[in-house]
Design a protein around this ligand. Structure first.
Ligand SMILES: *Cc1c(COP(=O)(O)O)cnc(C)c1O
Length: 379
């Protein structure tokens, strides 16, 4: 089956007891047993829930993963991967990582003896210099947030495996519609389902997919022990959202391309970050591993001051000033003051994330209205 068909049908059967075509919301904490230990595969809703199981099969199918698990949030999915490690283990990740992941790694897990090193993963040599036999995990995020740098998943996976490390990819920005990390050699794919997969800015959820039985068993054990599960109503909303994932992504990509080019030709804009530009430094890799370039765009105005950035941010009428991304409506954000505020300023500047950088999550509205709003906001 192809993507759009899988989005609607993979893992989804009419409810056997009623024929309901839509997956019911199994709002239950426990399941009645026929005798002690004799049950229908569901014992307690921290461990299994039928609405959740359907969603897990569906997203796993979109990622070409044998196994999939949904979590209470993207961060709890990421946390589950790190909890498979032991004190003394080392992790290598990218310098312009999602702020919440950076905070989780450095402020929560370093105190348990796990060491995190951040390098520019666009250059494999940096990874090779940092890697050792203590390295147990490479944590990739691509495209990166908010600079839209592209990391070569296949190349980094090969190096990781040479040293016996597992490779995980935060695939939130691309969505499974544009990129499938497991097909490129990664061991684990992670999503903040909150973003493109759910797509309607109404749910917080995470996902982990893998083809490795042992890894999936560890994830299941940690999830059942720690309890970071999503509720059945949220699972229902995401099943519903995914039915249009392919259509939404097509429009996100179309609108993204028009806006990236428009901004690039705008007299008051200095720099635009979007991997679809032919002269984007990693355009070749983006073309190799992605099926489109998405709706995430960042830009810096010629008047590169925090004051000008704040004036522009305050002038948008259609783009809403908010954290998050990937919903049907267009959002605008200020990484230095919002999503990336927990990264120390020196670290931010080194990776090119200046105070005045503005990030757009281009929605699926009519393009003419989006362009008009951008033009009046830039002024
Ligand atoms: C939002 C986000 C996360 C965290 O996911 P939550 O669902 O908010 O917990 C992780 N990585 C990326 C790239 C994100 O955008």
């Amino acid at each position: 089956m192809k993507f759009g068909t899988k989005a609607l049908h993979a893992g989804i059967e009419p409810d056997p007891s009623t024929g309901a075509i839509m997956t019911p919301i199994f709002q239950t904490s426990t399941y009645v047993q026929d005798g002690p230990g004799i049950h229908k595969g569901f014992e307690y809703a921290r461990t299994q829930n039928p609405t959740r199981s359907v969603l897990e099969k569906n997203i796993a199918s979109l990622e070409n993963a044998t196994f999939g698990r949904c979590f209470a949030s993207g961060m709890s999915a990421t946390e589950t991967v790190i909890k498979t490690l032991r004190p003394g283990d080392e992790v290598i990740s990218t310098g312009d990582l999602y702020g919440g992941s950076f905070r989780l790694f450095t402020q929560l897990f370093e105190q348990f003896g796990i060491k995190f090193t951040f390098v520019d993963m666009r250059d494999v040599k940096n990874v090779e210099e940092a890697i050792s036999n203590k390295t147990k995990l490479l944590w990739i995020e691509t495209p990166t947030n908010p600079l839209l740098n592209i990391i070569d998943i296949e190349q980094i996976s090969t190096i990781g495996h040479k040293y016996g490390a597992k490779v995980a990819v935060d695939n939130t920005f691309a969505s499974p519609y544009l990129q499938n990390p497991l097909d490129l050699g990664a061991d684990i794919v992670m999503h903040s389902v909150t973003k493109y997969i759910a797509g309607h800015s109404d749910v917080i959820m995470g996902f982990l997919g893998t083809n490795d039985t042992a890894i999936d068993e560890q994830f299941g054990f940690i999830q059942n022990s720690s309890g970071a599960v999503p509720g059945p109503q949220d699972c229902f909303l995401v099943i519903r959202g995914i039915k249009t994932l392919h259509l939404r992504m097509q429009r996100h990509c179309e609108n993204g391309e028009v806006i990236a080019n428009h901004l690039r030709n705008h007299p008051k804009v200095d720099k635009v970050f979007w991997p679809g530009f032919k002269d984007h430094p990693n355009h070749d890799i983006a073309t190799k591993q992605m099926r489109g370039f998405g709706g995430m765009i960042s830009f810096i105005q010629k008047e590169d001051t925090i004051e000008k950035a704040e004036k522009t941010l305050g002038s948008f009428k259609l783009f809403s000033l908010a954290e998050s991304l990937g919903g049907v409506e267009s959002l605008v954000g200020h990484p230095a003051g919002m999503t990336h505020a927990s990264i120390p300023k020196e670290k931010r500047i080194v990776s090119g994330l200046t105070d005045s950088l503005i990030r757009l999550s281009v929605g699926i509205e009519d393009i003419d209205d989006l362009i008009a709003d951008l033009d009046q906001a830039i002024g």
